[in-house]
Design a protein around this ligand. Structure first.
Ligand SMILES: [Mg+2]
Length: 194
């Protein structure tokens, strides 16, 4: 899998809610553990510790369990492998995610879906920008930090992102699906401006 970044620009891609539709599994585990009946639509806040009233450690533990169930986690869009593998001819692909507890299971999930990548990087949201020239993420905190550092930012909109995206700068591309994301990133004009 190791690939040399032959002068190509690096594209960073987030995992949870960007490639993997993992929040449904996350909510199910949360409900099971805490005897709750939360639904995905209850997640109006990006900060899960706030919207669910749990600590960071608890959130981490639930994410770890979520990825134990990697076989149940659907892909956000069945066309993603085709898009990412096509983009991999132009860009060096880095999968950039926060929670390192999912490492082995994430690799299995990526392999199951046939998604090609150069490497996986584990990084806190505020510093993901350090590892790439352009970034795709659904978390406003990641996008805001990357935008301030002059990176090309693609914010993947989610049903719960209406309020959050209003606070992002006009430079950020706010897109609703992978077909739009691919259309932008594959264009020569976009590549040249990164
Ligand atoms: Mg995410």
């Amino acid at each position: 899998m190791a690939e040399v970044n032959k002068g190509r620009k690096t594209l960073g891609i987030d995992v949870d809610s960007t490639l993997a539709e993992s929040m449904e599994t996350f909510i199910n585990i949360y409900n099971r553990k805490y005897r709750k009946t939360a639904k995905l639509s209850d997640l109006m806040e990006y900060d899960l510790t706030k919207s669910l009233g749990i600590s960071k450690a608890e959130m981490r533990a639930i994410f770890e369990e979520t990825w134990h169930e990697w076989k149940k986690i659907p892909i956000v869009d069945s066309r993603i492998p085709g898009y990412v593998n096509s983009l991999a001819e132009k860009y060096y692909i880095k999968i950039i995610t926060y929670n390192d507890t999912k490492d082995a299971n994430l690799k299995k999930w990526l392999s199951k879906h046939g998604i090609q990548y150069g490497e996986i990087v584990y990084e806190i949201p505020e510093s993901k920008w350090m590892h790439c020239d352009a970034i795709i993420d659904d978390y406003p905190k990641v996008i805001d930090a990357a935008d301030r550092m002059g990176k090309l930012c693609i914010f993947l909109r989610k049903p719960w992102s209406n309020q959050a995206e209003l606070e992002l700068s006009g430079r950020v591309l706010k897109l609703s699906n992978w077909s739009e994301i691919y259309g932008h990133l594959i264009s020569k004009e976009v590549y040249d401006q990164i």
